[in-house]
Every structure is written in structure tokens, then in C-alpha cells.
Design a protein around this ligand. Sequence first.
Ligand code: HEC
Length: 298
Amino acid sequence: MTGRTRKNLLVLVPLLCVIAGMGVLVSYSVTLYRLFCEATGYGGTTQRVVADTAVPSARMVTVSFDAQVADGLPWAFKPLQQHVTLHLGEEKLVFFYAKNLSNKPIVAHATFNVTPTKAGPYFNKVQCFCFSDERLAPGEEAKMPVDFYVDPALAKDGNAADLANITLSYTFFPAAEPSDIQELSRFDPGTPPDANRGQALFAERCAACHAPGRNMAGPMLGGVFGREAGTARDYPYSPALKQSKLVWGIDNLDKWLADPQALVPGAKMPIRVLDANTRRDVIAYLKELSARDQRAAR
Ligand code: HEC
């Protein structure tokens, strides 16, 4: 190659990238794109959090991606790259693809999960697009960016010293109650809490991160009712929650689920349950779980 052609290429290649990038941008489903933006700060819609202040470290990790669709949801959903290797603190942009394979519009929502569990707290940029209900028209497809980084604080975690591989997986579920807003307007304060409905909602909205009897991305929740916050055994809590001295009961669980960071600034649970009815029933289920645990312990 002559010096001249090389120079031309040096100009051409970045230009082509920009043009290709713009093509990708216009092909996003507007709504999914918005959600991913809100979730990840891509496009500057929300806090870009610590990325600017995080100093990239020499330590590398490989992040693999996994995408699943729950039974009964006729969507194709896959990551557009299998894995990326990056420095701690380095920001990366990756893409997922979803398509509605049916001939009906479908509302679904995604949950995410980080494994191994001990890596979960260091993925604090991947946020709440999960659990927002999302709609794809018949045959509609969408490419969704996820902008993330792994917190360099991971390097200081003695527990995670050997951690070189992390998996980020998303699962799309059909939305049982497509509109929180609509449901909110039906809210009747006279209705008694329904623990059975709470159990179904827990499976749908909490089980990606929580189980009754073991720690996952979130702490185990069996016995959480009446328990002091931040005390599940061996779970790596945020310092904020650990030091909160809250004892979980109906009122503070309701506030926690409505907005964890408002109740405990610095807490790391990345979702909010906007609907009061849903919170009430999930809390009824947690209460029942705890009562069951106590009976079993006797
Ligand atoms: C995307 C993952 C994720 C989802 C989904 C999630 N949580 Fe959490 N949850 C967490 C994390 C992480 C923490 C720990 C927060 C911290 O350390 O600051 C947590 C903490 C909690 C706690 C405090 C437990 C303790 O031991 O103090 C409760 C209660 C809780 N979650 C309830 C729920 C309920 C109910 C749902 C479903 C409506 C839910 N969470 C959905 C990640 C999640």
C-alpha cells in the first residue's frame, strides 16, 4: 500500500463507521431504544454515573452475553456478540436483537442477571430497562444497545480475586399486566392483600435476582420480613443497605420497592415497582414466606 492510499483509508474507515453507526441508530425500535437509553445512559437520557470518574485498571475481564425468552413468548432474542474482553472501568457498547415472530403486537419485559453472583454488585450501570413493559408490533425487530462497564472496585474485592469471566443474561417474559398505569387507576385501597398473586408477581419480577433460600444477584428473601436489612448470610451488600439499620416491615418494604435509592441512598437494587397494588401483594407473599420459615424452624 502506498502512503497516500493508507492515509485515505485512515480517513475513510472512521467515516464508514460513523455512517454504519447512524444506520444502526435509525433502525432501532423507538420504544426499546428509549428504554435501553434510560437504563444505560446511552444517548445521555439519565445519569451516566461513575464511568467518567472510574479509572480504568490494567485488570481485564471477559463478559459473555446470553439472551433467553420465557416459554410462550414468540420473540427471537439474541446478543449480537458472544463476548467482549475489557479493562475494569472501561466502558463498552454491546448490542442485543429482538424480533416479534408472531402476527400480534406483544408486550413483554426483560430481566437481567449477572453470574457469578459476586460480580453482580459491580455491574451497577445496567439498570431499569428490565421490568418496563415493552411492545413489539407484528414482525417488528429491534437492535438494542447496552452500555456498561465493570466497576474497578471489583479488583479490591478479595472474594473476586480470581474472577475473569462474567456472564450477563437477559430474559424476556410476556407481561402479565401490560400496563402499570392502567392497573394503578383500578387500585382499590379496600382490597385485601393477595399473597397468591404476590407469589406469581414475585416469580415474574423478582425471581431473576432473588430466591427464598439462596443468594443470587440479590440476597435471599426467605425470612426477610422482620429481619434487619443487609443481614442475609454471605451476601455482598452495598455499605448503604448494610448500615441502614432498617428492620423490614410493610411500610419500609413498600417504600423500598417503590424506590430503593430514595429509601436508602447508595443501595444497589436496580429496579422499582411503580404499582402500589403489585407492591402490596408481593409484600404479602414475603410476609407469608417468612411466617412459613418461622413455623419450619420451630
Ligand atoms: C435486577 C436484580 C433485582 C431484582 C429484579 C430485584 N431485586 Fe431486590 N435486591 C437486589 C439487590 C442487588 C439487592 C441488594 C441491595 C444492596 O445491597 O444495596 C436487593 C435487595 C432487596 C431487599 C433487601 C433484602 C435484605 O436482606 O436487606 C429486598 C427486601 C428486596 N431486594 C426485594 C425485592 C423484591 C420484592 C423484588 C421484586 C419486586 C426485587 N427485590 C427485585 C436486586 C434485585
